[in-house]
Design a protein around this ligand. Sequence first.
Ligand code: G4P
Length: 522
Amino acid sequence: MTTLQNEVLSRRTFAIISHPDAGKTTLTEQLLLFGGAIRAAGTVKGKKTGKYATSDWMEIEKQRGISVTSSVMQFDYDNKRVNILDTPGHQDFSEDTYRTLMAVDSAVMIIDAAKGIEAQTLKLFKVCKMRGIPIFTFVNKLDRQGREPLEIMEELEEVLGIESYAMNWPIGMGKEFLGIYDRHHKRIEQFRVEDHERFLPLNKEGELEGDHAIKRSGLYDQALEDVMLLEEAGNEFTEERLANGDITPVFFGSALTNFGVQTFLETYLEFAPSPQPRKSDIGAIEPAGEEFSGFVFKIQANMNPAHRDRIAFLRICSGKFERGMSVQLSRTGKTIKLSSSTSFLADDRNTVDVAVSGDIIGIYDTGNYQIGDTITESKKSFQFEKLPQFTPELFMRVTAKNVMKQKHFHKGINQLVQEGAIQLYKTLRTEDIILGAVGQLQFEVFEHRMKNEYNVDVVMENIGSKIARWIENENEVKDSMSSSRSMLVKDRHDRLVFLFENDFAMRWFSDKHPDIKLYSLL
Ligand code: G4P
């Protein structure tokens, strides 16, 4: 095996998908601690120590200027190089959050044991499911009373439509949480027990030998019964089914008390895929192929006017990145020298010298790149599969404050739309400009960049959240079908789109016009 092949096989690149407050920051911090990427145990979000979990630096850095450290975190563990890509939530939720999922090889879904599957988790899950990538589930906060584990497993199947396989199973919960029955490692891992006594081996029958305090609780018997039930009636786990995204291995634990996290990490590393071939217009590109290639999945513009630089995030898909190398931008055919690039070690902003498939590099950008761009070393350039467009949910009507600035206004909008920062729609006759986004942050970034980069003040009129639906049989659509509750617009590819006021308006429309076939993007 070549060194490059070995390097690629060691890569594990994933994102955490979860709803705010499920414990993403806490889990990330624990993983980084295991990897030695951060040293301070620090309270999560640093309330007590003043230190921040790396994944939470985003907010703080944004106030000061550009943040890259928080976007990708890298560490080594068990001879593997792990890349965690941050998927911003809360107010920072945007199309970038979705697009980040295009750059990973697997996903880790965190579920709060008391809350089950929440809205944002569901949205992000759908994107992962569409890609058919493996999804690992971590059910968090077992140190608190939550839902019955079987109920959570059922919810996974019913709400998400994915089969689940419990890799381990909780023994008790909340105040009575004793640990986990680890089906995979055939051992019991005890909660709040020192290292050397933490693991209790199970015999061939999957039971604890002899007399042990944990057996006397009744909770052990309950867990054993549940596990037997899972053995008999549960789903079958195979690596192939995991690889296809048909089944999700489920782990129980408590990120805050660092329980079950190491077991999760080690099992994850055992089963998670290394970088896979990527589709392109000349066929699949092999990750260990000699020639360097990658695609841009995110461009982070600087919110600080003093620093106009932007960073294009590139997922490497083949070959090896070396500083100073010359590459081709497939869209324009332009040759670019990659001299200043950043890698993303958790501690600091480091300059990367060598990176391979699965790794993410940040390239300083002076306006060359667009989201979805393919970069290749090879002379015969090609394009990776297009990144999908996501269905926006929030809409604003926008105009230039100063009518004299029309030219700059349109130039700015066109560039920001092409770059993928925001989506553009127009009303049919009056051609009013309507912007669509999946998160509020996109509008804020838009307004800010229009002012700072194009010197245009914009007036934004919130027209609220809408359900956008494209139309299969556009020829059947008539102007008269448009109303205030079902507004007809064009997208930037001139496709017709209905913006429905709400679910009710959409159903009402479909009842009235059963022949019109509506569909949504992702
Ligand atoms: P997020 O990034 O997904 O939004 O979640 P985060 O890690 O910030 O965790 C959200 C809250 O849940 C935090 O509490 C955190 O301490 C708590 N938490 C995370 N994992 C566990 C766990 O395993 N058990 C318990 N009991 N709680 C957990 P908070 O009070 O909102 O945080 P803070 O305000 O003290 O920072």
